[in-house]
Ligand binder design. Structure first.
Ligand code: SF4
Length: 87
């Protein structure tokens, strides 16, 4: 699959995939530490907004995308649905 243009500028291209996606059997304390490191990379990424919108448009259940955990994305999707309903 051809990457979208913003993906070519993704900071995580130079990081191990295992930093962004949970390995099997990861303990909660390991997950927290890994996610903190991944989110630091995201915070310095020039395409964090495009990445976040990309993943909010999809049912992406795993990994850190756009500086968001899966729980963060669920919360943001719910917030957007509620905002749209109220409009
Ligand atoms: S925001 Fe994070 S996950 Fe998204 S492209 Fe940038 S570094 Fe990768």
């Amino acid at each position: 699959m051809k990457p979208e243009s913003w993906q070519r500028r993704a900071r995580c291209r130079f990081e191990p995939k295992a930093l962004f996606f949970p390995p099997e059997g990861e303990r909660p304390d390991q997950r927290e530490a890994r996610e903190r490191r991944a989110m630091k990379t995201c915070a310095a990424c020039p395409v964090i907004e495009q990445c976040g919108e990309h993943t909010l448009d999809r049912p992406e259940p795993y990994g850190i995308w756009g500086g968001m955990t899966p729980d963060d994305r669920r919360i943001e999707r719910r917030r957007r649905r509620e905002t749209a309903r109220a409009a």
